[in-house]
Design a protein around this ligand. Structure first.
Ligand code: PLP
Length: 480
């Protein structure tokens, strides 16, 4: 049989659609999917000269394509990596209180910009400004879309066309697209770098200061550390220089610590309030890193500087919506009420005791070993979790891992099945083992995870086998 005969064996689009109808799918989607499936097979037949599949197989393929088109793209996943702030998995999971606050305003109207007392027009930032001031000791506060936007806005408003002095050891890149020199250039400010990569002295700053200097900027080296033969200009030193030359000092604090957790102290992090108390004039940080709130850029500091940012037309471009404000307000209230450590998932996960993690790892192992038998070798082993999100890069949080060594497939293939399962599960891979770190499981997620693991190991529907590229993308160990 030549290629033409094989092609002729493929059904017409309407025939394939008829075979699939009755499943209650919208016809236009069914037609588009049938065309796509038939096109795919035409190509395969022409390229490889293979036989066309049975009609039932084509129908199943078409139905699967329609199902995937109809199911949401953005979905919850189980994070079994032990990386708490996983940028690719949405960074900080919100607290119960924050989720409720979002739900309460999402579907209806709210007092976003109206003063309910007087009936006059209010400011959206008022819902969080006082809270931020209470928690940090700031005179004023503002919130924008993310920390990159916060830095950009501040540089644009306070230093456009003028110079900003930054130490060479602090010219950071975060996650590819946030790079201090590039953000600076986009904002219209002129970067004046001083010192060297490993050593910068107060006199380097002083020599760079001139009539064009608008700001002294300190950037938190979030995702790296300069170690060894080093000298960095401390916050206090920079503030002293700023004072004597009457130039404002700004700090990009990166992760934004609002709570005095032992793990943060040990990693040398300081609180946002401490930066302000040391005399820094303006501090920016992320809302969805160590604060554990929604994606947002928090700006706190001197009232006149914050006011200048509020008056910029650019603020309108970077403004946050009601859902961000609802989530942020609820998160900040947990801090104010002294409930943050137990109620904010990020803080809870970072401070989780290893004995508790071990208990969960053993619980998981027992749930699995009862039904898996010889299919998979299960082992409990010590390890470390990461904070992630470019925060506390050197901090190793002691944890207890569950290692799975599947008998009939590679670890990469098991990881792929887990990722394509429902709910999707994201794991670490290490030496042909799938590694589960219970630290980042939500409370009660163990049962769901155990069911997903069983399904993936057995190749149940929805977890097709043999689709992993050998040694391919599944070795991806997500750590950022
Ligand atoms: C994370 C980070 C940013 C970017 O913050 P986003 O909220 O992701 O925009 C900027 N600067 C530093 C130092 C950071 O750590």
């Amino acid at each position: 049989m030549d290629k033409r005969d094989r092609l002729r064996q493929l059904p017409a689009v309407h025939e394939l659609v008829n075979r699939c109808s009755g499943a209650g799918c919208p016809t236009h989607l069914l037609t588009a999917a049938a065309r796509q499936v038939l096109e795919r097979w035409r190509k395969k037949i022409l390229e490889n000269g293979i036989d066309p599949p049975a009609p039932g197989e084509l129908a199943a393929e078409t139905a699967a394509l329609v199902r995937s088109r109809l199911s949401p793209s953005l979905r919850p996943v189980i994070n079994a990596t032990g990386v708490v702030l996983h940028t690719n998995l949405g960074r900080a999971p919100l607290s119960e209180a924050a989720c409720q606050a979002v739900a309460a305003v999402a579907g209806g109207y709210c007092n976003l910009e109206i003063d309910l007392e007087t009936g006059s027009r209010g400011e959206r930032y008022s819902h969080v400004e006082e809270l931020l001031c209470d928690l940090t000791g700031a005179q004023a506060a503002l919130v924008v879309n993310n920390n990159a936007a916060a830095v950009f806005l501040a540089l644009h408003v306070l230093a456009r066309g003028r110079e900003v002095v930054v130490g060479r050891g602090e010219l950071v890149e975060i996650g590819g697209s946030f790079r201090v020199p590039e953000i600076m250039a986009q904002s219209g400010a002129i970067l004046r770098e001083v010192g060297t990569t490993n050593k910068t002295y107060p006199r380097d700053y002083e020599r760079a200061i001139g009539p064009e200097t608008a700001l002294l900027l300190k950037v938190h080296p979030s995702n790296y550390r300069v170690v060894g033969f080093t000298r960095e200009v401390s916050r206090q030193e920079l503030v002293a220089i700023g004072r004597s030359y009457r130039i404002p000092v700004m700090e990009d604090a990166g992760s934004g610590v609002f709570f005095d957790l032992l793990e943060f102290r040990e990693a040398g992090e300081s609180l946002i309030g401490e930066s302000l108390a040391a005399g820094v004039d303006l501090v920016t940080c992320s809302g969805d890193k160590l604060l554990g709130g929604p994606q947002a850029g928090i700006i706190v500091g001197r009232a006149d500087l914050v006011q200048a940012l509020k008056e910029s037309p650019l603020l309108r471009v970077l403004r946050v919506d009601k859902m961000t404000l609802a989530a942020l307000e609820a998160t900040l209230r947990l801090y104010l009420e002294g409930k943050a450590e137990e109620a904010v998932p990020v803080l809870r996960m970072i401070s989780l005791k290893n004995s508790e993690i071990e208990r969960r790892a053993i619980f998981l192992k027992e749930m699995l070993s009862a039904s898996l038998g010889e299919e998979c070798k299960l082992e409990i082993m010590p390890g470390s979790s990461r904070v992630g999100g470019g925060s506390l890069p050197l901090a190793e949080l002691p944890t207890t891992l569950l290692s799975l060594r599947p008998g009939k497939m590679t670890a990469a293939s098991l990881a792929g099945r887990l990722r394509r399962g429902d709910p999707p599960v994201i794991v670490r891979i290490w030496e042909d083992r799938v590694i589960i770190d219970p630290r980042t499981l939500a409370p009660g997620e163990e049962e769901q995870l155990a069911a997903a693991l069983k399904a993936a190991l057995r190749g149940e529907p929805g977890t097709p086998a043999g689709e992993e590229k050998a040694g391919g993308e599944s070795d991806w160990i997500p750590l950022s």
